[in-house]
Write a protein that binds this ligand. Structure first.
Ligand SMILES: [Cu+2]
Length: 120
């Protein structure tokens, strides 16, 4: 379970740990009550957070603030509005530290974290 920090653009928690190869089921909750902006949760390859964010802004909101088939994106939820949940699954990648962020413009600067993938 991961959530936004109420109406603030932060993830709680901002660090997650999973074993490599695991099928991960994660529930993401937009805990805002006032904020009308949507959030998503996007897992990216190390070192590509800014590139994914820029490409997402160019792609626009109609594309979930994500470039279609962006090769740097490993997993992503749809955008969700305040009070909403989304549960999604992805397979944990090779061991390493992977950044995740919200690609709504202006959020990524604060709204990001790290997925630690451990060896089996
Ligand atoms: Cu956000």
């Amino acid at each position: 379970m991961i959530a936004s920090d109420g109406d603030f653009p932060y993830f709680v928690p901002d660090e997650l740990t999973v074993p490599t190869g695991a099928r991960v089921s994660l529930t993401f909750h937009h805990a805002g009550e006032i904020l009308t902006q949507s959030h998503n949760w996007v897992l990216v390859k190390p070192g590509t957070m800014e590139a994914v964010e820029k490409a997402g802004i160019a792609a626009g909101e109609e594309n979930n603030w994500l470039q279609k088939n962006d090769p740097n994106v490993l997993a992503a939820t749809p955008l969700i509005g305040k009070g909403k949940h989304v549960t999604f699954e992805f397979t944990a990648p090779a061991p390493g530290d992977y950044p995740f962020l919200c690609t709504t413009p202006g959020h990524g600067e604060d709204m990001h974290g790290i997925l630690h993938v451990t060896p089996n």
